[in-house]
Design a protein around this ligand. Structure first.
Ligand code: HEM
Length: 723
């Protein structure tokens, strides 16, 4: 039995009017485009709102003081352990950050997602509703000057600092969203805490970073409740690894977190009512109501585990490793019936959270004991035990990384406490290799690019390959930095290394000719500008005069500023815009296309016009002609849409998997073109077909070019937080 209070679904006895099957229920394979229209202005009460401006007008240190007061202001409705909410707030911040996974960059601290389902009701987030409710008066006082997303992390920082720990800083800049996010895949199990689907192929399904549905990371009782610390260490390594943490960072984080606070398991989770999302209206958004005694304070149930890690749970100390190393651990059970370890014959006893006359044996979670049972973790733990300063330093750095790593480049950071140091996980870029570029400079560069012999396809696909590594999930990637020149990107299969290196060679020559005195152009700028030049010329060939907006100012990163292993997660699995797919996946080509479009923040119309335009520009991976449904490749016409929607042709799968198709003339049976699912979906999906009809119409020639240029420019500038 699991200790987690994942709550019961209340039976209201009511039939909800209109409840029934949705389109998605009737046709399960229907492509879901809703992820491309999240966070519309219709859900946002703030209208024209500039968070940076609001944050900068905030009395930051007064806010920190107010959080500090809240920490000590124990409320009867949820009494504070040891007179402080420090542990609770740190856990809230950690659980806000801990959903981040490197695989797709999704999850994490930005947007304040813990306020909404499913996170607000995850078993693992039990009673964090109380933490946010305790902070509400502070949020209310400062209004829109501080987002919930920033407040939750800052509260964790203040809690650490007030316990006596020195953090290395805090950056604001996480803007809230106003609805649950539907773009994050948390696994396909349909029961809380199940994990039968994610281990189907033997190892944890990518990009997931939690071992069970509804957990942030691992089961505190060991894998599926099996209290084996060594097996548990394996789970910890995988999940923390998927969060981008190495062994040292992992040990530092767990030990640092569990230096403060305690766990709550005076009885089992069966005493808890529904989680916030399922609770009755009179609960007003709170969940996990307990019917065990007073239901709070000394009787509180959160995880069902009952552990105190140190002798001073309200003060920063080296006590965690002291407790771990200086005791012999025997398996026992919490009062709630969950597996945990208890110290054998300990002379030291730990204080009770409420009763000054009561003391307890030292206790640890199975996952804590893993830190001295796994040989690699043990070595690190011992070093930290013997060198407290190293532990403090490692925890400070790992905590900052944990809580800031989904924010993107340092230029997005706000506030007076931003650490001066650059960290390699921020993907830093040096600014000194570019200068102001004038219109005359651009004309000069344009003629050089035109004379270089590079084709439209080469220019466009290189610019696209460089910029489209961007993912808004953690704001990594993008054209700035020109990391496409560096390992690992330069050798990614999707970048067609042979072609890419030839193109880069040409750009380097142009750069050498151009750079004189103070004049400097970065390769990052040249790559984007080259794509723009090609598009302007391709539009002209189609009879449309258009200027593709260009904003210089990108700089080139160095290899030393680039973590090769950390960058590897940005490698495209597939790129429907260039008809590229690395291998076979469970997801279809069209699902992968929508996923990429979501990471690029594209709407369905933007995705549509970009794909049609990329086909017209002949910018496929490897120069392939799949999906190039035009008689004039390299000319920016709307022919892709015209031909796709024309009843002159028929469509036949040429593979059993239905991933390749012939497009044949109905009259002659002649194969005119070939296509993938990423092409044909624009004719088969009813919504995408409706958009494609717009672009295929007689009156759309100019609109098509203009919309393409707009969407293209958006992608080129996605990482330009400086403009
Ligand atoms: C509490 C598990 C890592 C900070 C808890 C609780 C559990 C748990 C079960 C008890 C919740 C309750 O009953 O109130 C784990 C596991 C981890 C892990 C399995 C990884 C293997 C971390 C990390 C941090 C952290 C990385 C922060 C850096 C805390 C804090 C508390 C806590 C501060 C005390 C909460 C309070 O005093 O109310 N953890 N945790 N934990 N955890 Fe962790």
């Amino acid at each position: 039995s699991c200790p987690f209070g994942f709550g019961k679904t209340p039976s209201t006895g009511m039939t909800i009017k209109g409840e029934g099957k949705t389109t998605k229920d009737w046709w399960r394979n229907n492509l879901d485009l809703t992820v491309l229209r999240q966070n519309s202005s219709l859900s946002n009460p703030l209208g024209d709102f500039n968070y940076k401006k609001e944050f900068e007008s905030l009395d930051y240190f007064a806010l920190k003081e107010d959080i500090a007061k809240t920490l000590k202001d124990s409320k009867d409705w949820w009494p504070a352990d040891y007179g402080t909410y420090g542990g609770l707030f740190i856990r809230m911040a950690w659980h806000s950050a801990g959903t981040y996974r490197t695989g797709d960059g999704r999850g994490g601290t930005r947007e304040g997602r813990q306020r909404f389902a499913p996170q607000n009701s995850w078993p693992d987030n039990a009673n964090l509703d109380k933490a946010r409710r305790l902070l509400w008066p502070v949020k209310q006082k400062y209004g829109q000057k501080i987002s919930w997303a920033d407040l939750m992390i800052l509260a964790g920082n203040v809690a650490l600092e007030k316990s006596g720990f020195r953090t290395i800083g805090f950056a604001g800049g996480r803007e809230d969203t106003w609805e649950p996010q539907t773009n994050v895949y948390f696994g396909s199990e349909t029961e809380w805490l199940a994990n039968d689907k994610r281990y189907k192929d033997g190892e944890l399904e990518k990009p997931l970073a939690a071992v069970q549905m509804g957990l942030i990371y691992v089961n505190p009782e060991g894998p599926n409740g099996n209290p084996d610390p060594i097996a548990s260490a394996k789970d910890i390594r995988v999940t923390f690894g998927r969060m981008g943490m190495n062994d040292e960072e992992t040990v530092a984080l767990i030990a640092g977190g569990h230096t403060l606070g305690k766990t709550h398991g005076q009885a089992g989770g069966d005493h808890l009512a529904a989680s916030p999302e399922g609770a009755g209206i009179e609960e007003q958004g709170l969940g996990w109501k307990s019917d065990y005694k007073s239901g709070k304070g000394k009787d509180a149930i959160t995880s069902g585990l009952e552990v105190i890690w140190t002798v001073t749970p309200d003060k920063w100390s080296q006590g965690y490793f002291k407790t771990l190393f200086e005791n012999e651990w025997v398996l026992s059970k919490s009062p709630g019936g969950a597996h945990q370890f208890e110290a054998k014959n300990s002379v030291i006893k730990f204080p009770d959270a409420f009763d000054k006359t009561k003391f307890h044996n030292p206790t640890m979670l199975v996952t804590d004991v893993a830190l001295i049972k796994d040989p690699a973790y043990e070595k690190i733990s011992r070093r930290f035990y013997e060198n407290p300063k190293e532990f403090d330093e490692a925890f400070a750095r790992a905590w900052f990384k944990l809580t800031h790593r989904d924010m993107g480049p340092k230029s997005t950071y706000l506030g007076p406490e931003i650490p001066k140091e650059d960290f390699v996980w921020q993907d830093p870029i040096s600014a000194e290799n570019s200068s102001t570029i004038t219109t005359a400079d651009l004309n000069n560069l344009k003629s050089k690019i035109e004379a270089s012999g590079l084709t439209t396809g080469e220019l466009v696909s290189t610019a696209w390959a460089s910029a489209s590594t961007y993912r808004n999930s953690d704001r990594r990637g993008g054209a700035n930095g020109a990391r496409i020149r560096l390992e690992p990107q330069v050798n990614w299969e999707s970048n067609n290394p042979a072609q890419l290196k030839r193109v880069l060679g040409v750009y380097e020559k142009i750069q050498q000719e151009f750079n004189k005195g103070n004049k400097k152009v970065s390769i990052a700028d040249l790559i984007v500008f080259g794509g723009n030049v090609a598009i302007e010329n391709a539009a002209k060939k189609a009879g449309v005069d258009v200027k593709v907006p260009f904003t210089s100012g990108r700089a080139d990163a160095t290899q030393e500023q680039t973590n090769v292993e950390g960058m590897a997660v940005l490698e495209p699995m597939a790129d429907g815009f260039r008809n590229y797919q690395k291998t076979d996946y469970t997801l279809s080509a069209e699902q992968l296309l929508v996923d990429k479009a979501q990471l690029l923040t594209l709407s369905a119309p933007e995705m549509t016009v970009l794909l049609g335009g990329m086909r017209a520009l002949n910018a496929n991976y490897n120069g392939s002609n799949i999906g190039i449904m035009t008689s004039t490749p390299g000319t920016l016409t709307n022919e892709f849409f015209v031909n796709l929607l024309s009843m002159q042709y028929k469509w036949e799968a040429t593979s059993d998997k239905k991933d390749l198709f012939n497009i044949k003339d109905r009259a002659t049976n002649e194969v005119k073109w070939t296509a993938t699912r990423a092409d044909l979906i624009f004719g088969s999906n009813s919504e995408l077909r409706a958009i494609s009809e717009v672009y295929a119409s007689e009156d759309a020639k100019e609109k098509f070019v203009k919309d393409f240029v707009k969407a293209w420019t958006k992608v080129m500038n996605l990482d330009r937080f400086d403009i």
